[in-house]
Design a protein around this ligand. Structure first.
Ligand SMILES: Nc1ncnc2c1ncn2[C@@H]1O[C@H](COP(=O)(O)OP(=O)(O)OP(=O)(O)O)[C@@H](O)[C@H]1O
Ligand SMILES: Nc1ncnc2c1ncn2[C@@H]1O[C@H](COP(=O)(O)OP(=O)(O)OP(=O)(O)O)[C@@H](O)[C@H]1O
Ligand SMILES: [Mg+2]
Ligand SMILES: [Mg+2]
Lengths: 569, 569
């Protein structure tokens, strides 16, 4: 007989931590650094603060050889996290503030917690989080994780005076700086390239300080949240949108009872009979408020007066199947009642459950759908424009969801919510870091995959200060440098396809390709965010960008060739 | 001000379902097939039943073009799932029976639920699960998933007479058989190769039947559960093992009160005073049972008699820090009390919390650690062999965990718990499927990575019925065919490194390589189980196996070359 168990999400990621980039001390030190740095940059981005990120890694015992325990600390000047949320944000997996549809580095709600988890299981030391949201008071927490329950354990909490706003997080973890060091330095250096408005300082275990001051003084426009787009919406999402849509069921408490009984004309007499209430409702139906109609309808259906209605909780009004399901507090059970179609109560209840019309739903809940597009869609999908969402059967919801994918006249997703780096800052960064003889940059116009808008920006640099031979590809997504597993990334797939001879570039050229994709959702292949899936639309934009830039390079190579030939003569 | 949310694990995998292999209708149809087939095979393996797996995929509407809804049904003759567990096993993510340390195809507790989730969000139809554990009665469930809450919703449940034992699961999902079909057929065919004792029947949407009867009549030895190995054990695991180790805290109910009061000599008098109880304890200490000593110690420490003790719940006895933490039911709060070191109560409580000695802990809780190895380890790690686990400070637990990784005299992990296919059945399968001129097979002796034992089995086949040109690699792990993302797999990494000229094999040879890794834990790179990480020890075994087989191939090629030359002459 098999023994079954439920495991928590933290337990799942503890057992399978290589999925999140914590496979060994080398990789884990790197991943912990990036998770904390990316959180700091996200926080500064969202509050419009030019980021000052301070990263320090020091060995606990300098005489021990790698792998060995390190103390990793990352501090920022961002908006911090408010006290009550700190234990949850850092001590719970799948808890965060970045689940909405907005461009951000974080998206899973687990990066920081995983780094803290790895520290705890290798050194058994708690994490120290210090946060000030107002620059006056700072909350300092020492936390451990209850990995089996996915809950934080608060060991210490104190509130002290603060000098400035910001957050710092410090963990002890087993790492291998001798192996991870060069990639951590690359990560810091590349972060500075793609975030030219951020200042990053890195104090390494050897006592060296790497400082990258901002080269752009002003913050770019922050990314914004957008409503979903019809493409890429499935039946589950539609179903949830219709459920939120149904007007809220009011609770039959004393205040409401008083109000409704008054309207029904039995307010004066204390607890007038149900019969009196229903008679009053029938008599005054057209003058009743929507709320009174709803309560009268429930009274009629369930045979209870307002006092009786306070003993139940209406859970579902299924207008399509003409049933009402409610929880009876006294009997402690759920009951379902059928409704007759001609009763007034049916009309009132159906009105509640019915929610918005199809066209109102589309224009309110999706981006860029106007009234005429909504009506055109309704015709295409075979629905009446005034069809109430709440009355759709499951069959109809599927038909609606499929039609949303197939209708070709929706405007493409709105890219104005995105915050690309911009061609100019990208070229500035490339020229500063590589000092090339030639560089060219392009920002493609926005595209979309599965309803998610994205923008590809790319740069190519040649010669000059570039020491490496053979095209070296620097990949970025939502301003995060991606340094591992390039073999499975869409950008490498495209660049490996290039026939270099077509562009007058010799074999093993001193060439750098910088690629940046930003989107409300990057289709990462793994929880460790190391490579991007080759969605068709993304692959196409990358290919077009690269071909454009390589043609520019080819012209330069030809001019250079002619200039050198002229020189020789 | 940021708004925080907790999402459930099903919500996480709904939003990020490409991580689990559900990125589009083509891939999703394939992944759904394999998740259900692998569950059926796992169930039959664990019950020692030669598997009969019936897979059917039919289009809901044959006139619609792909992608379109399909009904996918997988039925087996395994042990089924008992009624109360069915909604949880199939309707909850991270719920399953395969979290123990044993070779199995499943390991995450989410495969079946993800396939059901994908079906629901594309067609809104419930899953139908039918299960009979005894061949007399069958439970039939219709379930939907509450994705936000990670709970099943039971729409229907009935119990009918059954003809035989087994389980079937049937979902409606949007798929693309025109694109997924060839890989699904490959999957079925390769499953038959690596599981020669299983019969698999596949009825496809076109009405064709693919039947693979078993070519081996008897079941192999089933894999078994093993205790963990010292290597690859971290502080969290050690800490949990010591916590389980502490003897259970008995509940101070009436029955225990009677027993203890009797032992302390106040049993007769109804509710003798606390003072009498403690005096009795002091007088009779050496004759008291362990349980009576424990309760007397608590009485002394908390100043409560047995009746008073029933109003608290002891949560933690921290012998190292000499505190006891308990929940006071009446005050509804947690309290911590310090203990003096000389009191008898300290000795008794410490005995409880102390748990096993280090050597007893090692020999009982780990595989292959005998008394002498345990004592040798204690010396190496700098602990007294009789040091009680429960009295270790956090610092000492870390020291213990690190020493366990560094001690070189532990026996390697026990591979007898594994169930490899075997060289002979593997070669039989290879010869049947490829009809080659030459084949050679090897089963490497067991190795281990991070304390997990594994065995590599490999086969090479050349010429004859092999039509493809260029080495074609068939990858298997724990008897699962891996058909996607071979670029990131350790086996391709090794085979791409091969210098074929060394083995007298021309370019683009008609060559097949079959690789099978079995382990108590396969280090997959993704939740979708498509490729295996290149752990050093695994890469080494694969390389050695392949080199050995290619040398055999080289001898064959030379003999063949000489024979053909002789023929010419
Ligand atoms: N330095 C910081 N400043 C402000 N808020 C922070 C900071 N670090 C973390 N947070 C908050 O804690 C939450 C959890 O962080 P965590 O890294 O675990 O998840 P995430 O960033 O949302 O997603 P991901 O797993 O993709 O990184 C974040 O959503 C954010 O609200
Ligand atoms: N055909 C079956 N016969 C018997 N038990 C089954 C069957 N299918 C599923 N189960 C049970 O349901 C549980 C959940 O299955 P699920 O596929 O979701 O997870 P898993 O197989 O444990 O892990 P994985 O996610 O790696 O597949 C299994 O652990 C198993 O106990
Ligand atoms: Mg994060
Ligand atoms: Mg499974």
């Amino acid at each position: 007989r098999e023994k079954f168990n439920q495991i928590s999400p933290s337990e799942f990621f503890y057992r399978n931590r290589d999925l999140a980039g914590f496979s060994n001390p080398t990789r884990s030190l790197y991943t912990a650094v990036r998770e904390f740095v990316e959180n700091g940059l996200d926080a500064c981005d969202q509050s419009g603060t030019p980021p000052d990120i301070r990263l320090s890694i020091r060995a606990v015992d300098r005489d021990r050889p790698d792998p060995r325990p390190y103390v990793l600390t990352v501090a920022d000047n961002g908006p911090g996290v408010e006290s009550s949320q700190i234990p949850l944000a850092f001590g719970t997996v799948l808890y965060g503030s970045k689940f909405g549809l907005k461009q951000a580095r974080g998206m899973f709600g687990l990066g920081a917690t995983m780094a803290i988890l790895y520290g705890q299981i290798t050194t058994n030391r708690p994490v120290v989080v210090k946060s000030s949201t107002d620059g006056k008071w700072r909350d300092e927490y020492e936390l451990l994780l209850d990995i089996q329950k996915n809950k934080p354990v608060i060991l210490k909490h104190r509130r002290v005076e603060a000098a400035k706003r910001g957050l710092s997080v410090s963990i002890s973890l087993e790492g291998d700086y001798s192996k991870a060091g060069s990639r951590i330095r690359d990560y810091v250096y590349q972060t500075s390239l793609i975030t030219p408005y951020a200042s990053v300082t890195f104090d390494d275990p050897k006592g060296a300080r790497f400082q990258y001051k901002r080269i752009v003084a002003s913050m770019p426009e922050p990314p914004t949240v957008i409503r979903p787009h019809p493409y890429g919406v499935d039946v589950e999402t539609i179903r949830r949108m219709t459920v939120e849509n149904a007007r809220e069921m009011p609770r039959a408490d004393e205040a409401l009872a008083k109000k409704v009984n008054k309207e029904l004309g039995i307010g004066g007499k204390k607890g007038g009979s149900l019969g009196d209430a229903l008679a009053g409702a029938k008599k005054k139906w057209t003058k009743l408020t929507g709320q009174a109609r709803l309560m009268a309808a429930l009274m009629a259906l369930l045979g209870r007066d307002m006092a009786g209605l306070s003993r139940v909780r209406v859970d579902d009004i299924d207008a399509a199947n003409r049933t009402v399901t409610y929880w009876d507090y006294d009997a402690s059970e759920s009951r379902t009642v059928g409704m007759g179609p001609d009763a007034d109560h049916y009309k009132a209840l159906a009105e509640i459950a019915a929610g918005d019309t199809l066209t109102a739903f589309l224009t309110k809940r999706f981006q860029r759908v106007g009234k005429s597009t909504a009506e055109k869609f309704a015709k295409f999908a075979g629905f009446r424009p005034e069809h109430r969402l709440g009355t759709m059967t499951n069959q109809e919801l599927v038909k609606l969801s499929e039609a949303l994918q197939k209708f070709t006249d929706f405007f493409p997703p709105d890219p104005s919510c995105l915050a690309p780096l911009g061609a100019e800052p990208l070229e500035k960064g490339i020229r500063k870091f590589f000092e090339p003889d030639f560089s060219s940059v392009v920002q493609r116009s926005a595209s979309a995959y599965s309803g998610f808008p994205f923008v590809v920006e790319m740069g190519v640099a040649y010669g000059g200060g570039i020491q490496t031979r053979g095209a070296k590809v620097y990949r970025f997504a939502n301003r995060i440098p991606l340094l591992y597993d390039e073999g499975s990334d869409v950008v490498l797939k495209v660049s490996n396809d290039i026939d270099w001879k077509r562009y007058s570039v010799g074999p093993d050229p001193p060439l750098v390709i910088v690629s940046h994709i930003c989107s409300t959702r990057i289709p990462y292949k793994t929880v460790g965010k190391e490579n991007v899936a080759d969605r068709q639309e993304i692959e196409k934009e990358i290919r077009l960008a690269l071909q454009y830039l390589l043609r520019k390079l080819a012209s330069y190579m030809k001019r250079k060739g002619r200039a050198e030939a002229a020189k020789k003569r």
